[in-house]
Design a protein around this ligand. Structure first.
Ligand SMILES: Nc1ncnc2c1ncn2[C@@H]1O[C@H](COP(=O)(O)OP(=O)(O)OP(=O)(O)O)[C@@H](O)[C@H]1O
Length: 747
C-alpha cells in the first residue's frame, strides 16, 4: 500500500504571510487618498469635482453649451436616520462622546478665548506700529520673500463679493453668505446636522449633479458607474476624465461613509430615461444593481443626473468648493454653473449662479493615433492584438501610428533588417520582433505630434477669465505653439497680470490642466515652480511688492498628473516646463514694454500738470513779448487784438490751460490703449481751431518748457504753427479716433 506522503515542509502552514488578492475597487477603497479622497472634507470636494467634470465632458462631446446644476443638501441627523430607517436615539452617557466638551477642554477653550480677546484689544496699536515699521523698512525684493498663494489661503475676497452679489438667499437673512461663527459662539453640543470629526464638522450630505450632456446607454450604466476602471475615455484624446475612476470613488466613499447607493437618471437623445440605483461589490469590483429600469421620456430630455449621499465636512471645504466652481467658470466661460447649498439651518443655505459669459465653445478635441514616441512594448502588443493578424506591417505602421507615412514606413521596415518586410502579416511578429520594432521607434526621428487634435482655451478666453477674476491694471497673454511630451501633444497658454482687486503682493498662481483647476498642493506644481524661477526683476516687475497673477492653461492628450486625484503636475516634465517658462516670459516681455510706455506717459502727464502751475507767468510773458515787439509784420495783428480787447491775459491763460488739458487727454487715450480701455469712451480733443472767432487763424502749438523738476524760474515759451496732427504710427486706433472726428484742418 502506497502511503500518502506528508506535505513538504515548505508548504506546511507555518504561520507566515498568506497570499491574498485585491480587486481594483478594494485597492482604491484602501488607498482612497491617491484619488483625492483623503478625508471627509476633501472627499466632498472631490466628489463634486468628479461629477461636475463628467458633466462637462458629456456636454462637450455632444457638443452643446454645458448647463451644470450642483445641489448639496446637508441632512439633519433625524433626516438621515429616517432615510435609512433608524430611530432617533437619546444619548444616555454624554461623556462617551467626542463632540461633548470635557471640563479640561472647556478650561482650555476659555483660556484661549481670553487670550484672543486680549490680543484683539491690543491690536490697533500693534497694527499702527506694524504700518510704521513697513513704511521705514520696505521689504526687500528677494526670491525668498516671494509670496505664493498657499492652499491654506482663504477664499479670495473677490469671490466672496461675487458670491454675495449673486447669492439669492433662501432664508430671510440679508444677501450674504453665512460665515463660520466665531469659536465662542459655536455650540458645545453637536448641531442637528453635524458631528465633530478630527477634521472639522462632519455631516451627511446629499450631492446632486445634473448636466445636459450626451447621456449613457441603458445597458452601460451599471458598468460605467459601478465598476472601477471602466469608462469611455481611454483613448488618445484631450478630456478631463481619463482613469475611469472618479464617479466610482464617489460611490465607494458613499459606501464607506453612509452605505447608501448611488441614484442615476440618464437619457441619450431620442431614448427612454434610464433609472438606475446601484451599489458596488468592492471585493469583486462589479456593480450591485438594485434598480435598473426604463422610464418614458416625454419631454425628450437628454443628460444625466447623479445623486450620491456621503459624509463630508462642508464648513471646512466650503471655500474650496466655491473657489473650484468659480475657477471652472473662469476657464469654461461657455458653461453655466448653478450651485445650491441647502441646510437644516436656513441661514446657512444659499445659491450662486456662475453665468455663461460666452457662447463660443472651443472646437471639440479629436481622437488621434499614438505617436511613435509614446510607444512601448506593451502598447505595441495591445495595438497588434486589436487588429486582424493578416494586416501587413506597412499598413499597421501607417494606420495605427501617427506621423508615419508610407515612404517612411518602408524605410523603417528596411532598417529593421531582413527578417522584416512591408507585406509581412503582423501575426508573425514575435516577442523579439516587437522588441526590435520598439527600439527602432524610440531611436528614429519623427515629426512632432500635431496640436490640431487639442482644444486649448484660447488667449481670448484666458484674458476674459483674468479680467473677470482679478480686474487687473495690466494683462498680457501668450500661446506657445504645440509641442510633445512622451509622444503626447500639448499646448501651453499663459497670462500674466499686474495689480487688480483683492490681489496680494507677490505671485498668485492659477493653473488649469485640460480645464481642471489646481487647488491643492499648488507649491509642487510645475507652473508654481517655474513662475518662482522667472527673473521678474529683468522685466521691471518685483516678485515681492507687485501684485502678479500668473494664469497657465495646459491641454494635452495626456497630462502627467502625479496622482489619480489630478492635482499637481511635477516639474520633472521638462518639455512642458520649458513651454510654461517660454509662455510666461513672453507675457513678461509684453508687460515690460507696456510698463516702460506707462512710465513715459505718466511722466508726460506729470509734466503737463506741472505746466499748469506756470500758466499765469507764461501768459504774462507772452503779453509782454507782444507789447515789446516793434516789428509791425509780426505783431500788428496781435497789437490790434490787444487794443480791441480780443487778446487779453485771461484769454491767453484760458488757451494755455486748454492746451495742457488737451495733451493730458491725449495721454489718457494712449494710456487707455495700453491698458485696454474702451476707445469709444475716450474723448479726442483737437489742437486745431474749431471756429473762425478763435484767436488764431492757424492751429498753434504752444511749447512751454519748465526749467526742470520743481523749478522756481518762469518757463520758456515758444510758439509753433502746427501743420498736421502728429499721430503715433504704433497706435493706429488713435489715428482712427482722430480721423473719425475729422475736424482736423488739412493745412
Ligand atoms: N454625466 C455623465 N454623462 C455621460 N457619461 C458619463 C457621465 N458620468 C460618467 N459617464 C461615463 O462613465 C464613465 C466613467 O466615469 P468616471 O467618472 O468613473 O471616469 P472617467 O470620467 O472616465 O475618468 P476619471 O476617473 O479620470 O474621471 C465615463 O468615461 C463616461 O463614459
Amino acid at each position: 500500500m502506497v502511503r500518502k506522503s506528508a506535505k513538504p515542509a515548505a508548504e506546511a502552514d507555518d504561520g507566515g504571510p498568506k497570499l491574498r488578492f485585491r480587486s481594483p475597487a478594494e485597492f482604491f477603497a484602501e488607498n482612497k487618498n491617491i484619488a483625492g479622497f483623503d478625508n471627509p472634507g476633501k472627499s466632498l470636494y472631490t466628489t463634486i469635482r468628479e461629477l461636475v467634470e463628467n458633466g462637462l465632458d458629456a456636454a462637450e462631446s455632444v457638443p452643446v453649451l454645458p448647463m451644470i446644476d450642483v445641489v448639496v443638501d446637508e441632512l439633519s441627523i433625524s433626516e438621515f436616520n429616517k432615510m435609512v430607517g433608524i430611530n432617533d436615539r437619546e444619548r444616555l452617557d454624554e461623556t462617551l462622546y467626542k463632540d461633548v466638551e470635557t471640563g479640561k477642554e472647556r478650561k482650555k477653550r476659555e483660556a484661549k478665548e481670553k487670550r484672543e480677546a486680549k490680543r484683539k484689544k491690543n491690536q490697533p496699536s500693534e497694527n499702527h506700529q506694524e504700518a510704521k515699521k513697513q513704511k521705514t523698512n520696505p521689504p526687500e525684493d528677494t526670491d525668498a520673500n516671494m509670496q505664493v498663494k498657499a492652499e491654506s489661503q482663504t477664499q479670495p475676497d473677490s469671490l466672496m463679493e461675487e458670491t454675495q452679489a449673486s447669492a439669492s438667499q433662501m432664508s430671510s437673512q440679508p444677501a450674504e453668505l453665512p460665515s463660520q461663527p466665531p469659536p465662542s459662539e459655536q455650540p458645545s453640543q453637536p448641531s442637528q446636522a453635524t458631528q465633530k470629526g478630527s477634521r472639522g464638522d462632519v455631516s451627511t450630505l446629499r450631492v446632486f449633479v445634473s448636466d445636459n450632456g450626451i447621456g449613457m446607454a441603458h445597458d452601460d450604466v451599471p458598468d460605467m458607474l459601478g465598476r472601477v476602471l471602466a469608462g469611455t475615455k481611454y483613448c488618445v484624446k484631450q478630456s478631463r476624465g481619463k482613469f475611469g475612476l472618479g464617479s466610482k470613488m464617489a460611490l465607494i466613499w458613499s459606501k464607506m461613509s453612509t452605505s447608501l447607493p448611488v441614484d442615476i437618471r440618464t437619457a441619450k437623445a431620442g431614448c427612454e430615461i434610464t433609472h438606475c440605483v446601484l451599489d458596488i461589490d468592492i471585493s469583486k469590483n462589479i456593480p450591485n444593481v438594485i434598480v435598473h429600469e426604463k422610464l418614458p421620456n416625454e419631454n425628450n430630455w437628454r443628460g444625466t443626473e447623479i445623486k450620491v449621499t456621503i459624509q463630508g465636512s462642508w464648513t471646512t471645504y466650503r471655500a474650496k468648493i466655491l473657489q473650484y466652481m468659480r475657477q471652472m467658470a473662469v476657464i469654461t466661460p461657455y458653461a453655466q454653473f448653478n450651485f445650491k447649498f441647502h441646510s437644516p439651518r436656513a441661514e446657512k443655505s444659499f445659491e450662486v449662479t456662475f453665468s455663461r459669459r460666452s457662447d463660443q465653445m472651443p472646437p471639440e478635441p479629436e481622437e488621434v493615433k499614438h505617436h511613435p514616441a509614446s510607444i512601448n512594448q506593451l502598447l505595441l502588443k495591445q495595438l497588434i492584438s486589436n487588429i486582424p493578424g493578416k494586416t501587413p506591417l506597412v499598413r499597421f505602421l501607417t494606420r495605427e501610428l501617427s506621423n508615419i507615412d508610407k515612404p517612411l514606413a518602408e524605410r523603417l521596415i528596411k532598417e529593421l533588417g531582413e527578417t522584416f518586410s512591408p507585406t509581412m502579416p503582423i501575426s508573425e511578429l514575435g516577442l523579439n520582433e516587437i522588441r526590435i520594432l520598439d527600439k527602432l521607434l524610440k531611436e528614429a526621428r519623427f515629426g512632432k505630434p500635431k496640436g490640431e487634435c487639442l482644444s486649448p482655451a484660447g488667449e481670448y478666453n484666458l484674458r476674459l477669465g483674468i479680467m473677470k477674476e482679478l480686474r487687473p491694471d495690466m494683462v498680457a497673454t501668450h500661446a506657445e505653439s504645440a509641442d510633445a511630451f512622451e509622444g503626447h501633444p500639448f499646448i501651453v497658454e499663459a497670462g500674466v497680470s499686474l495689480g487688480g482687486d483683492n490681489v496680494r503682493n507677490g505671485l498668485s498662481i492659477y493653473r488649469f490642466a485640460n480645464r481642471i483647476p489646481l487647488l491643492f498642493e499648488q507649491g509642487n506644481d510645475i507652473v508654481t515652480k517655474t513662475a518662482q524661477d522667472i527673473p521678474w526683476g529683468q522685466y521691471k516687475i518685483s516678485a515681492n511688492t507687485d501684485r502678479i497673477g500668473v494664469f497657465c492653461s495646459i491641454v494635452s492628450t495626456k497630462i502627467p498628473f502625479k496622482g489619480t486625484g489630478k492635482e499637481y503636475i511635477g516639474d520633472d516634465s521638462l518639455t512642458i516646463k520649458q513651454s510654461v517658462r517660454k509662455a510666461i516670459q513672453s507675457c513678461c516681455a509684453q508687460l515690460k514694454t507696456k510698463l516702460a510706455r506707462r512710465a513715459e506717459l505718466k511722466s508726460r502727464q506729470d509734466r503737463s500738470r506741472n505746466l499748469k502751475r506756470y500758466i499765469p507767468d507764461v501768459a504774462n510773458a507772452i503779453m509782454k513779448f507782444f507789447e515789446s515787439v516793434k516789428s509791425p509784420t509780426v505783431s500788428a495783428e496781435y497789437v490790434r487784438q490787444m487794443q480791441t480787447g480780443v487778446l487779453t491775459k485771461e484769454v491767453l491763460e484760458k488757451k494755455l490751460s486748454q492746451h495742457v488739458e488737451t495733451s493730458d487727454r491725449q495721454n489718457v487715450v494712449e494710456l487707455g490703449s495700453i491698458f485696454g480701455y474702451v476707445h469709444e469712451q475716450a474723448e479726442f480733443v483737437h489742437l486745431a481751431p474749431r471756429a473762425e472767432t478763435d484767436l488764431y487763424s492757424k492751429p498753434i502749438l504752444l511749447q512751454v518748457m519748465p526749467a526742470g523738476e520743481g523749478a522756481t524760474q518762469p518757463p520758456q515759451v515758444g510758439i509753433q504753427f502746427l501743420e498736421s496732427l502728429r499721430v503715433d504710427p504704433e497706435k493706429p486706433e488713435i489715428e482712427k479716433v482722430a480721423a473719425e472726428d475729422n475736424k482736423v484742418p488739412s493745412t
